[in-house]
Design a protein around this ligand. Structure first.
Ligand SMILES: *[C@@H]1O[C@H](CO)[C@@H](O)[C@H](O)[C@H]1NC(C)=O
Ligand SMILES: *[C@@H]1O[C@H](CO)[C@@H](O)[C@H](O)[C@H]1NC(C)=O
Ligand SMILES: *[C@@H]1O[C@H](CO)[C@@H](O)[C@H](O)[C@H]1NC(C)=O
Ligand SMILES: *[C@@H]1O[C@H](CO)[C@@H](O)[C@H](O)[C@H]1NC(C)=O
Ligand SMILES: *[C@@H]1O[C@H](CO)[C@@H](O)[C@H](O)[C@H]1NC(C)=O
Ligand SMILES: *[C@@H]1O[C@H](CO)[C@@H](O)[C@H](O)[C@H]1NC(C)=O
Length: 514
């Protein structure tokens, strides 16, 4: 199927598919790249069949999802030299090579897609090393560095328990700090970054945040987000360790810890990739997206390699068909840093561009190992009109295929936020993150945000089913938006982004982003 006689006839075109040398340099994977995949038969558009939503999902094959997953894992490995392990975090070789890989796939389909990239700035940081020790040299158990934590030169500091939750100046004002000190603060009420910044403002050199969940054995972790001038180096520990430290202070008013962190926080430039079909009604755009970046801890093959892979497969097969509405495939960067790429995109749409987008479908984490078929419980009361129709499309699909699904909160943990905040109907599906599977009580993705989120972390049944559902959603709306609500022209479309009251609790609260 891949190598057709059309190629032989069009041998003169082969030159056009040769990769630029700069790309080959950046993409250090020549051995893993199948030369034949650079060629794809291109039927003239007018000879293509109209896409049929019922049969189109059958075009998706497990083998192609598998082969792209292995490509992404190899690409994540290009970060080994600088990160010590595979990752596709923004700014890493693994992320840049992911973007190049996507661009290369679309380069093969440039008769069908118009490609653009959008640069924007995002924070990127790296913790090389940290120590939180008792003064006898023993390591404080469960300690984990927060991402985007600034560094701290080695010091021994007196540990001071902060009253309340360390979310207001008042919580710190009563304390007198006369020597190097470390603030001990309970998790809760306000973002981690706020606790860290307030502690720094009141003279603390570092912060230890302990979890408020007694059942969690791991140290609390997350991101400090955008640093202020006061943000100080911060680590998290478990609830139990927090209690031990409090006991230490109670028994010894001079109770101290050794603290050290080697890290940096940088603002870097990264990119979204947007691929629009050249055909289809440009006034009625069907948009869908996945994020190209992982967290620093691992290769992110489920999160969100899976969504990226699904979109690439659907885009490739769609190019064999005629469509009525324009389709926009979006590949967001810096989702893990706070939905930065998708928010930037949505905020920078002109009102005219905004109104052409009929809906946005979010595909983040499609193949969790202990999956459930999760559907965002979007509705037309709290969300732009049309969100509910999209939710019902997913419900009907799973139901017709005899599959159980669960509705999950549409509460701001992924890249749909920017769209619904700007009046564009949205929704999506997922296979599960750190939550528990309601059927068996076990965690949905045991490798969520960890090093083991590799190819072995994918559940193939969920991956195939969800990619076929993505194919269905695209074909269905690309074919016709009949019955799908028209866009409402209302305040949120035209308001400048500064005027928008973000109502989603997790926006920027990146600890809980998928
Ligand atoms: C995926 O591909 C690898 C390598 O070609 C193969 O070993 C594995 O069995 C495949 N997995 C599935 C689910 O097809
Ligand atoms: C990167 O390191 C991992 C082990 O952490 C290894 O499996 C992988 O093959 C390495 N990849 C490359 C491209 O060096
Ligand atoms: C802190 O603990 C780590 C881990 O046990 C150890 O390697 C390091 O030497 C300790 N540092 C100090 C200054 O005690
Ligand atoms: C932070 O520090 C920089 C440089 O010292 C200064 O220009 C800036 O105004 C400060 N920002 C705030 C919010 O205080
Ligand atoms: C704009 O749309 C939202 C979401 O559909 C709706 O809640 C709101 O009432 C609309 N505003 C106006 C001014 O029509
Ligand atoms: C769907 O859920 C029901 C009730 O939880 C269960 O009995 C059934 O086996 C499930 N079906 C599938 C296909 O998982």
């Amino acid at each position: 199927m891949r190598v057709s006689t059309l190629i032989a006839a069009a041998a003169g075109c082969a030159q056009a598919f040769v990769l630029p040398q700069t790309f080959l340099d950046a993409f250090q994977l020549s051995s893993g790249v199948d030369e034949q995949s650079f060629f794809w038969p291109h039927k003239p558009y007018f000879l293509k069949h109209e896409v049929d939503p019922e049969s189109f999902p059958d075009d998706i094959e497990l083998a192609e999802l598998n082969s792209t997953a292995w490509d992404l894992y190899q690409i994540a490995g290009t970060s080994n030299r600088t990160y010590g392990h595979p990752t596709r975090v923004i700014g890493s070789e693994g992320h840049w090579n992911t973007l190049n890989y996507i661009l290369r796939q679309f380069d093969e389909m440039r008769d069908y897609y118009e490609i653009s990239t959008q640069s924007f700035k995002a924070l990127n940081g790296k913790v090389y090393h940290y120590d939180l020790n008792y003064t006898n040299g023993a390591k404080v158990p469960t300690a984990q560095a927060f991402s985007l934590s600034p560094p701290a030169a080695p010091f021994v500091g007196k540990l001071v328990e902060i009253p309340n939750l360390g979310c207001t100046d008042a919580d710190f004002e009563a304390l007198t700090i006369t020597e190097d000190s470390i603030a001990l603060i309970e998790r809760g009420e306000c973002p981690f970054g706020k606790k860290s910044s307030l502690a720094g403002k009141h003279g603390f050199k570092a912060v230890v945040i302990y979890d408020n969940d007694p059942t969690s054995e791991k140290g609390v972790s997350g991101t400090l987000e955008k640093p202020t001038n006061h943000t100080v180096s911060t680590v998290g520990v478990s609830f139990a360790v927090g209690q031990e430290l409090i006991l230490g202070i109670t028994l010894d008013p001079h109770f101290s810890l050794f603290y050290y962190m080697d890290s940096y926080v940088n603002e870097i430039e990264t990119k979204n990739i947007i691929a629009d079909t050249k055909h289809g009604d440009p006034e009625n755009i069907v948009a869908l997206g996945a994020h190209t970046d992982s967290v620093a801890a691992g290769p992110g093959i489920n999160d969100d390699g899976s969504g990226t892979i699904s979109l690439l497969a659907v885009a490739k097969h769609l190019s064999n068909y005629k469509i009525n509405n324009k389709v926009r495939f979006a590949f967001w960067a810096a989702e893990e840093e706070g939905l930065v790429g998708s928010n930037y995109y949505a905020e920078h749409l002109t009102p005219e561009e905004n109104l052409k987008m009929r809906l946005f479908m979010d595909y983040d984490m499609m193949a969790s190992p202990n999956y459930q078929y999760q559907i965002y419980d979007a509705n037309n009361i709290d969300n732009p009109r049309g969100s509910e129709e999209l939710r019902d499309l997913y419900i009907d699909y799973y139901t017709e295929h005899g599959l159980n699904y669960t509705l999950i909160p549409f509460d701001g943990r992924s890249d749909y936020v920017g769209f619904i905040e700007h009046g564009i109907p949205g929704g999506g599906i997922a296979a599960g993150a750190e939550g528990k599977n309601t059927d068996n009580g076990k965690v949905l993705d045991r490798c969520y945000h960890e090093l083991c989120d590799d190819v072995n972390n994918l559940n193939w049944e969920a991956f195939l089913t969800n990619t076929q559902l993505i194919a269905y959603s695209v074909a269905r709306y690309a074919d016709s938006l009949k019955g799908f609500p028209e866009r409402e022209i209302n305040a949120t479309v035209t308001a400048s982004s500064a005027d928008i009251q973000y109502k989603y609790p997790y926006k920027g609260g990146a600890n809980l982003l998928l």
